[in-house]
Write a protein that binds this ligand. Structure first.
Ligand code: SIN
Length: 311
């Protein structure tokens, strides 16, 4: 059995395999380096970094649901200065590429964070979080095609890095937003962030979360996220990074056949921090067993003329 080729590209960034961690589910990566062999995965996408420190939303911040999880974290993070002083030296030691996820409160903040990321050793690519449902205005940037195109174009120019735009499913149609990001020069679009949901504490006669709404992730959203990937992959030429309920190598292959070039493992990391490593190893073994020599044979295979295409 020969070892299949798993490497994929996102713009100038080459990944040893298509398995990434999803932002917000794996800290800033270095926290897990002692228990999981991160040299086995394609890369780590860090928790969103904002311009200034955020303490996040009041607890509770997570809630288990049937087949999934709700979260209302509120972008808790050390802010740019804390990231550079305390976290960056540690992520530089990771044995895989680190993708920095950033969010601004305004277009100017997105651009400034991108400018600061330019040439930063240890940052292989940038993911713009255009889609956080848990902070005021967090969804504004992924609802408006003109704003998404403009922000992406400015951030590409400011950062000089491969840039992924992370999109929300909580919009009328994610396809034109993805197309706008491509027009703005994004190297890839990541989809989807969480679906809006809530949980009720009937004894207290109130919602579980202080903000009322939260974001749903995990296996419960996989069929909807797969559909979003299928539809977007049909409409754009840049790589699509699939996110939503990925917990096994089979899940990864479903996303790849739907048109994703890479995937992000999120909620599964809460159950097992080694899940991304296990999934990447299982993916290699499964493709070898199936006689697939190169993962590109499967990418987009569900589309007419698909499979074998190198995006
Ligand atoms: C959060 O920090 O509230 C989650 C981040 C996100 O959904 O983008």
């Amino acid at each position: 059995m020969t070892s299949p080729s798993l490497s994929v590209r996102i713009g100038a960034l080459e990944l040893r395999n298509p398995v990434l961690t999803a932002s917000g589910t794996y800290g800033l990566g270095h926290e897990f380096a002692e228990i999981a062999d991160l040299g086995e995965i394609g890369g780590v996408v860090g928790k969103t970094v904002t311009m200034t420190e955020r303490i996040g939303n009041p607890p509770p911040r997570t809630f288990e649901t049937a087949g999934g999880m709700l979260n209302s974290i509120g972008l808790m993070n050390p802010g740019w200065d804390g990231f550079v002083a305390d976290v960056l030296p540690k992520v530089r030691a990771l044995p895989c590429p680190f993708i920095l996820n950033v969010a601004g409160k305004s277009e100017d903040e997105f651009v400034e964070l991108s400018r600061r990321s330019r040439g930063l050793r240890g940052v292989a690519a940038l993911e713009l979080n255009l889609s956080c449902p848990n902070v005021a205005g967090g969804l504004d940037f992924s609802k408006d095609t003109a704003a998404a195109r403009r922000i992406v174009a400015q951030c590409v120019a400011a950062s000089g890095l491969p840039l992924l735009a992370k999109l929300s499913p909580n919009v009328e149609d994610v396809v034109p937003i993805a197309v706008a990001c491509q027009e703005g020069g994004a190297s890839a679009v990541s989809l989807v962030n969480t679906y809006l949901g809530t949980a009720i504490d009937w004894r207290r006669r109130r919602t579980v979360f202080a903000r009322g709404i939260a974001g749903l992730s995990g296996p419960a959203i996989k069929p909807m996220a797969l559909l979003a990937v299928l539809r977007v992959a049909r409409a754009v030429d840049v790589p699509v990074v699939g996110i939503g309920g990925i917990a096994s190598a089979t899940d990864v292959l479903e996303y790849l056949v739907a048109g994703a070039t890479a995937v992000q493992v999120g909620t599964a990391c809460f159950l097992d921090p080694c899940a991304p490593v296990r999934i990447a190893q299982d993916l290699r073994a499964l493709l070898a067993r199936e006689g697939v020599a190169d993962v590109h044979e499967l990418i987009g295979a569900a589309h007419p003329g698909g499979g074998g295409a190198q995006k």
